[in-house]
Ligand binder design. Sequence first.
Ligand code: NIG
Ligand code: FE
Length: 414
Amino acid sequence: MRTLIKNIKELAGVELTPRLRKQGKEMAELPSIKDAYLIVEDGLIKKFGPMSELAGEDACAPSVVDATGRLLFPSFCDSHTHIVYANSREHEFVDKIRGLSYEEIAKRGGGILNSAKATAAASEDELYDMARQRLDDVMRMGVGAIEIKSGYGLSTESELKLLRVIRRLKETSPMTIKSNFLGAHGIPMEYRGHQEDYVDLVINEMIPLVAKEGLADFIDVFCDQGFFTVEDTARILEAGIKYGMRPKIHANEMAVSGGVQVGVKYGAISVDHLEQMGDAEIECLKGTETMPTVLPGCAFFLNLPLSPARKMIDAGLPVAMASDYNPGTSPSGNMQLVLSMACIRYRLTPEEAFNATTLNTAYAMGVSDILGSIAVGKKANFYLTKPIPSYEYMPYAYGENKVERIFLNGEEVK
Ligand code: NIG
Ligand code: FE
């Protein structure tokens, strides 16, 4: 099947020589072609260029889309989400407004444990339906690839249930999905005071079973003050690596926890959150394969200090930005809003913000060879905007859905 998209007002995020990620000054580059065409064949990007060069058989595809007035962007990649869960947590949201901190709520058994309780009571089918709805909603807002974590199970049975839901989502959704085993997300009440026993359970029971069913691409740990220690994290990552799961971890949300260093040591594909970063953490990331990933929705929702994304880019690092869609710290998977926050709150230019939410998040979930930019041979996952004046309008007009038509694997999603 061949489709021609013609009269594209601006084709943004094109790459003639694809890179797996952009770092430092490269992040300011977002090549685009005005008045462009794009040809899709068999689900992949076949060819693109200016309309003035569209000729011969390229000009008469069996299916033609006229994109007059519309911009075309590579789909957002959301490299950090927790969308398989049962309950919303608006009561804790109110507790936080009244003055309780996220850590205080967690200490008294709320937070992640609150969601784990409700999620344990839900069936696999119910969880699938709820997660599928969330997935479809974010797809409508321009997301074409997503990483989904377990972590609201916290028992062997429940963690496997969540991961099986993610497997079903992979099988049934047109989006590209990666799964991440986050058994070490919270410490169940019965393990308080001897959390190393829960770590043993994750290592000796959960990881082998998860691996046996091939349920996880990545392994995650919430390495932070009040949650899992650097030692716990190292043990879990070592065990996951033995079973072929690459680390991709939560680090430095509450404190300068050593999470960045332990992630880098074990070759994590990304270290995420990074609200608490010293110069040592920035130095430690230089020259590594680890993608620093910032989660603007979480910092916004919890009123946390902002991660020094600008400083990291100025130091030559790459930066990715993802949604962290979850019921406790970021109940939104709106990547258009993440794009706006990247510019408004973190002072990224629009070009840097697009790279942070497409190519660099694709890298952070191990798919930047096939997604994250408009390049020949990549998957045809992209969206057309409503009629808008320029690409800078995307982060500028925050809160409004600027996406009009969605194409995944070259097929329009209606
Ligand atoms: O990424 N920080 C750890 N985990 C999630 C929050 C989970 C929750 O509160 O339910 C996060 O913010
Ligand atoms: Fe998270």
